[in-house]
Ligand binder design. Structure first.
Ligand code: NAP
Length: 313
């Protein structure tokens, strides 16, 4: 009962910003941007569905070569056929939850002639049940956080990220309900595990990871954390059916949810990357409630993730 009331309070707090209403209000201030992305390379995780698909199709339509990564080769094949320029859409089937598969993907991307201009760390799963990957890690932690850390850092170490480009972490408003807690983040036992709480930790951690990368890389490339708002996707349909049923009429389209990622990756001059979480081309505060402040710091988080990945040989 308390949990249901807390959820109700949470969603009521953010409704006017995260639903289609928030987008409709903020886009009145937008300036058109028409950057031609010819010559750029975009790597998008989770490109075969939901927001990733919308980002991939839009970047491809504007001239970019899109490296589209997701598990299902069949879905990626459908995506390629839907693209404006299929010859510039490269399907990369891989499983982000497996560190070894992520390293292999990074090596494949690094071997390409052009570096990645914009990397969108987009995959995110909200799992209801505790599951372990074949490498022994809790699956949503491995997918949402560790896989993206390994991919991003392997690409940067291989000089495969354009220093003038951008890394965009697709976080979520779910992070407003979590204080970063490294023990909770790496909890590996099923007893009492809560998929929603785990997801909120991962999404908070993505904001801190952007900060850690900006500190370590000094803006080459720039890292951003963003929130897409509430968009009608397969992920929402599967993980939050009650939420979708309640808000269906006011959810955003995938194209609307994708807008901020495209804008962060293309707008010139690029926005200052320091801090905040971007929504509808505006930098929002990282905290809404006092109880989420004072969590683990960005450098400790990055260190923990690097050590966790290093244990998987
Ligand atoms: N939709 C929203 O309202 C909303 C709100 C806040 C934040 N977000 C965030 O936005 C991001 C995208 O959400 P979405 O709703 O578009 O998700 P979605 O509809 O569930 O799409 C997920 C995509 O990720 C791929 N994927 C899933 N697991 C994977 C894995 N292990 N390895 C590689 N690819 C994998 C899926 O393709 P395959 O199955 O073929 O792998 C699919 O292309 C997430 O980070 C989510 O947290 C979404």
């Amino acid at each position: 009962m308390i949990r249901a009331l807390a959820s109700l309070f949470f969603y009521a707090t953010f409704y006017s910003r995260f639903s289609a209403s928030g987008l409709e209000r903020r886009r009145r201030q937008w300036q058109p941007y028409t950057e031609d992305l010819t010559g750029q390379t975009w790597l998008i995780t989770g490109a075969s569905g939901g927001l990733g698909r919308a980002i991939a199709l839009a970047a491809n339509a504007r001239g970019a070569t899109v490296l589209a990564a997701a598990r299902s080769a069949d879905k990626l094949d459908v995506l390629r056929r839907e693209a404006t320029a299929p010859a510039r859409l490269v399907p990369l089937a891989f499983d982000l939850s497996l560190v070894r598969a992520v390293r292999a993907l990074a090596a494949e991307v690094a071997a390409r002639p052009a570096p990645v201009t914009v990397l969108v760390n987009n995959v995110g799963v909200l799992l209801n049940d505790f599951t372990r990957t074949g490498e022994g890690l809790e699956a949503s932690f491995a997918t949402n956080l560790l896989g993206h850390l390994v991919l991003t850092e392997a690409l940067r170490d291989a000089n495969a990220l354009d220093p003038a480009g951008a890394v965009v972490n697709m976080s979520s408003g779910g992070m407003y309900g979590a204080k970063l807690d490294l023990a909770a983040l790496t909890r590996a036992d099923a007893a009492g595990w809560d998929g929603m709480a785990a997801y909120a930790q991962h999404k908070r951690a993505q904001v801190e990871l952007a900060r850690a990368w900006n500190t370590a890389w000094k803006g080459a490339p720039k890292a951003y954390a963003m929130h897409p708002g509430w968009a009608d996707t397969e992920g929402v349909r599967t993980s939050l059916p009650w939420f979708r049923a309640a808000l269906k009429a006011r959810l955003r389209t995938t194209e609307q949810g994708a807008d901020t990622a495209l804008w962060l990756g293309t707008t010139r001059p690029p926005p200052d990357p320091e801090g905040g979480i971007w929504l509808d081309r505006v930098r929002d505060a990282e905290h809404e409630f006092g109880f989420t402040r004072g969590g683990a710091d960005a450098a400790s988080l990055r260190d923990l993730l690097r050590k966790t990945a290093a244990r998987i040989g």
